[in-house]
Design a protein around this ligand. Structure first.
Ligand code: PEP
Ligand code: MN
Length: 359
């Protein structure tokens, strides 16, 4: 159920409705919009007894939401969710996900050493990307494959944030690692293999950092949105969706990147959706073309694996592009974004030059 407040409802009126909802044994989620506040009600097994809410001051209407997902839905929040990352001490440019500037997250599949991570981060930062990715905990198909550096990897990424002003995106694979990741990262990634790990989703919902949720390898659109609903239902409204390819019969790529899910999500949900052409194709030579297509289809950003020595990478080397290729990718997507009246941040050298010219 959804309580839509009147345009001029006061904060006290909103609070009073939330209190009434809670007193009825449900959970109230107040979602401010550009015009008015909506209050999503969850926690009910069946239909909700509105308990006189309709008559309360400031209430416009009470409507039932027929879709299984509520908080992720545009019915509850019409405007796009924009997640803002505050300025860092060594980087005066704000980063956003979901705004008119596309978010670019780039870095290796896994953090392998301080040297490797720093060498890649230095190149990533120069491209204009504002987010650095790297796994410290790797969910691998084989228990004998590289499992990540653990906390050491997280510490390296925290150093990277300090040194390069990049926000850190890294994966948590269970409740324990989420406790660690929450301390060090700016964005907590939940991987494809965990998209329906409901206890992990609930734990991420109680975290105070934004969550990047990757689509499961065989997840339908509804299952994907329901996974996001799990996170939001616990009170974390900063969820970023990420399409990373699904399993099909195609054998020319590792996965089939389902770009059509981007407009499908945007129609139903206010949450931002990124595209990962690296896992989505599994092949280095297909990453840039699909990154171009992702921007053209209207994605809110990209997640790309980059490695300085992909032949020797401990995971996902085949799909990791070289730093020079990342430079070229950024030049191309910047031009495509402009067609859609969106932008991709300029390379850092150019940014410095522009700043110097205005001095
Ligand atoms: C990753 O981002 O390195 C990763 C493991 O992704 P996914 O969960 O999409 O396979
Ligand atoms: Mn990977």
């Amino acid at each position: 159920m959804l309580v839509v407040m009147r345009a001029h409802a006061t904060e006290e009126q909103v609070q009073a409705v939330c209190k009434r909802v809670e007193s009825l044994g449900y959970k109230a989620h107040s979602m401010p919009g550009a015009q008015r506040v909506a209050i999503g009600i969850t926690g009910n097994q069946g239909t909700i007894d509105p308990g006189g809410i309709e008559e309360m001051p400031g209430v416009g209407e009470v409507i039932s939401v027929s879709k299984p997902y509520k908080l992720v839905s545009r019915d509850v929040k019409e405007d796009n969710t924009v997640i803002r990352f505050p300025r860092l001490p060594n980087n005066d440019s704000e980063a956003v996900i979901g705004g008119s500037e596309l978010a670019v997250i780039a870095g290796p599949c896994g953090i392998e050493s301080r040297e490797q991570a720093f060498a890649i981060a230095e190149r990533v930062q120069r491209t204009g990307a504002k987010f650095f990715r790297g796994g410290a905990y790797k969910p691998r198909t084989s228990p004998y494959a590289f499992q990540g550096m653990g906390v050491e990897g997280l510490k390296i990424m925290a150093e990277i944030r300090d040194r390069f002003g990049l926000r850190i995106v890294t994966e948590a694979i269970d409740g324990e690692t989420l406790d660690q990741v929450e301390q060090y990262a700016d964005v907590i990634q939940i991987g494809a293999r965990n998209m329906q790990n409901f206890s992990l989703l609930k734990r991420a919902g109680r975290a105070r950092k934004p969550v990047l949720l990757k689509r499961g390898m065989s997840a339908t659109l509804e299952e994907f949105l329901m996974a996001a609903e799990y996170i939001m239902s616990e009170g974390n409204y900063n969820v970023i969706l990420c399409e990373r390819g699904v399993r099909t019969f195609a054998d020319h790529t590792r996965n089939t990147l389902d770009l059509s899910i981007v407009p499908a999500v945007q129609r139903l949900s206010h949450l931002p959706i990124l595209v990962d052409p690296s896992h989505g194709t599994g092949k280095r030579n297909k990453v840039t073309p699909l990154a171009r297509a992702a921007v053209a289809v209207g994605a809110n950003g990209l997640l790309v694996e980059v490695h300085n020595d992909p032949e020797k990478a401990l995971s996902d080397g085949m799909q990791s592009i070289y730093p020079d290729q990342m430079d070229a990718l950024m030049v191309e997507v910047r031009q495509i974004a402009a067609v859609l009246k969106r932008s991709v941040a300029p390379p850092v050298d150019a940014r410095e030059t522009a700043a110097a010219n205005t001095r």
